[in-house]
Design a protein around this ligand. Structure first.
Ligand SMILES: [Zn+2]
Length: 230
């Protein structure tokens, strides 16, 4: 098996997802140079960080943080694009591991009971074959030992083809698209909702509202790999 993978590496040398340069031994998905250049936010260390300020009062959350800044044409955009559109679920696990090793030991994870990936609609799941948010959650779980609980929060309306819609339409359009199948399962729990990118916050808001409307005895924090800040 090792021989086979050595042969594969020889025929198709793995390249850095960001800069496309050939990876050297010990590097995985991202070369060391691109890895150290990732625009990390460190928001998990900062209570009342910029995202939390932005969403305060809009919906009920405990903490919100993201691993890195998503800027147009930047490395985080390249990574997310590869993860979502290039059939690369393992990259999601790897990005999750990066997040998990950052979060590990910080107060951000203090009383988190479950990692809950933002679900895909079954139609989208069938097309992509995996849920990128779930892959990130799996990577975080590997590093932190916190369990992933997917399947209880469901996306019941397929609203994913909304890239051409305005920000306003998207906010209006996310009411009632998520449902907690068994709200009692999360009773008394603090959930960490996981997604690939935080943009308008409409998706997170919709998930949080679906969870808390179903059961007031649920606390929710949010963590995403990328964040778009205007
Ligand atoms: Zn690179």
């Amino acid at each position: 098996m090792a021989l086979f993978s050595d042969l594969l590496n020889l025929l198709f040398p793995p390249v850095c997802t960001v800069c496309k340069k050939r990876l050297i031994r010990g590097e995985k998905y991202i070369c060391l140079s691109c890895l150290s250049d990732l625009p990390e936010t460190d928001f998990h260390l900062l209570k009342d960080n910029k995202i939390e300020e932005l969403f305060a009062g809009r919906f009920n959350f405990c903490r919100i943080a993201s691993f890195a800044y998503f800027v147009k044409g930047g490395s985080v955009q390249t990574l997310i694009h590869e993860l979502k559109y290039n059939n690369n679920p393992d990259l999601g696990c790897y990005l999750g591991e990066l997040c998990g090793s950052k979060l590990q030991g910080s107060t951000f994870l203090n009383d988190i009971d479950y990692l809950v990936p933002v679900p895909l609609h079954p139609n989208r799941m069938k097309l992509r074959g995996y849920n990128q948010a779930e892959k990130i959650a799996e990577g975080i779980a590997t590093q932190t030992g916190i369990s992933v609980c997917s399947g209880n929060l469901k996306r019941v309306v397929d609203n994913t083809s909304q890239t051409k819609q305005s920000k306003f339409d998207r906010i209006v359009n996310t009411e009632g698209i998520f449902e907690a199948e068994n709200p009692h399962l999360f009773s008394g729990k603090h959930l960490l909702l996981i997604d690939d990118v935080l943009t308008t916050g409409a998706t997170s808001e919709s998930c949080v509202k679906a969870l808390i409307e179903a059961n007031e005895d649920i606390k929710v924090s949010i963590y995403t790999f990328g964040v778009v800040l205007g």
